[in-house]
Design a protein around this ligand. Structure first.
Ligand SMILES: Cc1cc2nc3c(=O)[nH]c(=O)nc-3n(C[C@H](O)[C@H](O)[C@H](O)COP(=O)(O)OP(=O)(O)OC[C@H]3O[C@@H](n4cnc5c(N)ncnc54)[C@H](O)[C@@H]3O)c2cc1C
Length: 253
């Protein structure tokens, strides 16, 4: 079950540093590894769906290289936390995710990180992103109260990369397929968003994934009349450029 913890956005939990053990690794889809951590620090762990963990993954010139991964789910009783990592390329994050195995320790994890969580006041929710955004957006979706209208538009490579959604009608989730085209150009997401019938009222749109695509999606929704304060926008990675050592892509603005 997904965590149903509801946290006031103004009072997000204070991030803590912890050491976690990897207790399970498996292929969730052809392009994603499901990695489950356990540790005493996860007993009583409180977070808001949409938040992430920041892992230190080895040395860099000015300290450790950090990479951030959204929390897919937390099992409070078992004190475990799951992330889903897209294993594309040979950056530090993908390399770690390809090699990690049960029994490995990540000595420096900071969690929970991130400020984008579900806007509890919004009468509807629209989630749009690529493979890297799926874990956070499914967790957020599954934490919505029953009956809260929500739509999801996700871009993955193929049908095999689709993952099940717990506790929501499948009908609200639309999967777009790149069919071997390079990720990061976002043409399918932009086309789908241009045609999406935006509901009236102060709903909330959450946009995440590749940096340029996310900015283009934001501009498209603003041009379609969605006020900026109804948008939560986050660049997770940048096409043809490594994330900074602190785990975020360099800003395009
Ligand atoms: C708040 C936050 C939450 C995130 N949540 C997730 C998550 O739940 N799951 C997840 O997989 N990632 C997530 N990311 C992205 C993740 O942190 C890494 O940036 C990403 O996985 C790439 O790291 P890397 O070290 O492998 O590659 P980098 O060193 O950043 O880049 C190396 C090369 O790989 C390319 N590259 C990087 N990512 C991709 C990709 N997805 N597809 C194709 N090429 C790529 C880059 O363009 C670059 O050329 C999140 C990022 C942030 C900031």
């Amino acid at each position: 079950m997904a965590s149903q913890i509801s946290v006031d956005m103004a009072q997000l939990p204070v991030p803590r540093q912890m050491s976690l053990e990897v207790v399970m690794v498996e292929e969730a889809t052809p392009s994603v590894r499901r990695i489950v951590f356990a540790g005493e620090a996860l007993r009583g762990f409180v977070y808001a769906p949409g938040q992430d963990v920041m892992l230190s993954l080895g040395a860099a010139a000015n300290g450790a290289v950090k990479r951030r991964y959204s929390i897919r789910r937390v099992n409070a009783a078992a004190a475990t936390l799951e992330i889903n990592v897209v294993v594309s390329g040979s950056g530090p994050g993908a390399t770690w995710a390809n090699r990690v195995q049960a029994g490995d320790i990540v000595a420096e994890v900071v969690a929970p990180r991130g400020k984008i969580t579900v806007d509890a006041r919004a009468p509807w929710h629209l989630f749009v992103g690529d493979d890297t955004a799926v874990p956070a957006m499914l967790n957020m979706t599954e934490s919505l109260p029953q009956g809260a209208p929500s739509w999801q538009i996700f871009e993955v490579d193929s049908k095999a990369d689709e993952v099940p959604v717990e506790s929501r009608p499948e009908g609200s989730v639309r999967w777009l397929h790149r069919r071997g085209r390079s990720p990061g150009y976002g043409a399918g997401l932009l086309q789908a968003l241009a045609r999406f019938p935006i509901p009236s009222g102060p709903g909330h749109a959450y946009l995440a994934g590749e940096a340029q695509t996310v900015l283009s999606m934001r501009d498209l929704l603003v041009a379609r009349g969605v006020p900026r304060n109804q948008l939560s926008v986050k660049a997770y990675w940048r096409m043809d450029a490594a994330n900074l050592d602190r785990g975020e892509p360099q800003s395009l603005e």
